[in-house]
Design a protein around this ligand. Structure first.
Ligand code: C5P
Length: 208
């Protein structure tokens, strides 16, 4: 069989990033957090004084250097919010498509996480996971993650933000957040990191 390509999709703070990183480590594969690409575009628009809801402003910000991907500002809620607005523009999705497809097509295989990996970026992936968790659990996790980064917001604020993002990501016309038919659902609401990673590895093993 061909290279191992793992697609991990799911809503904000579902645990998909943690799971994708752990799978990459376990299988010795390169990993791409595709949310960072949209966050880089979102932050680029904000820094240029543009409006994320304007396609032209968002498209101008698609031309960023790889160095931007290490910017700690990408993790902020402001960047996440801007990302979810710019990501609804079909032209933005098209501008970011080639580098994601190229990453997925590496001869040694790859792990990618995002919203449309299993549906659009790598529809022929070896294994597809759709990671979810209850919204209050996701809000708590994101709150703790932000606190660790020294970014202080209330948990209610984080929850409202996550629900708004879910609605934008699921409701948009262009590559909405939806489980691919052949993706395996992994609900991490009641799971710790170790249990979730174990379950994810079992799903991949069953597919290869
Ligand atoms: O995964 P993360 O929360 O970092 O993604 C930020 C935003 O980028 C998401 O809310 C979503 O709108 C957008 N995104 C997307 N497609 C992806 C990854 C992220 O539309 N593959």
């Amino acid at each position: 069989s061909g290279p191992l390509v793992i697609a991990v999709d799911g809503p904000a703070a579902s645990g998909k990033g943690t799971i994708a990183r752990a799978l990459a480590r376990h299988y010795g594969l390169p990993h791409l957090d595709t949310g960072l690409l949209y966050r880089a575009v979102g932050i680029g628009v904000l820094r240029a004084g543009g409006d994320p809801s304007q396609a032209a402003d968002a498209l101008r910000a698609c031309d960023f250097s790889e160095g931007v991907m290490a910017d700690p500002g990408l993790k902020s809620e402001a960047a996440g919010r801007a990302a979810s607005i710019v990501s609804a523009h079909p032209a933005v999705r098209a501008a970011l498509l080639a580098r994601q497809r190229a990453f997925a097509a590496q001869p040694g295989g790859a792990v990618l996480d995002g919203r449309d990996i299993g549906t659009v970026i790598a529809p022929a992936a070896t294994a597809k996971l759709f990671v979810t968790a209850a919204s209050d659990v996701r809000a708590r996790r994101r709150f703790e993650e932000l606190a660790r980064l020294g970014l202080h917001v209330t948990e209610d604020h984080v929850l409202a933000d996550i629900l708004a993002r879910d609605e934008r990501d699921s409701g948009r016309a262009a590559a909405p957040l939806v489980r691919a038919e052949d993706a395996v659902l992994l609900d991490t609401s009641a799971m710790g990191v170790d249990a979730a990673v174990k379950a994810a590895i079992a799903i991949v093993e069953a597919r290869r």
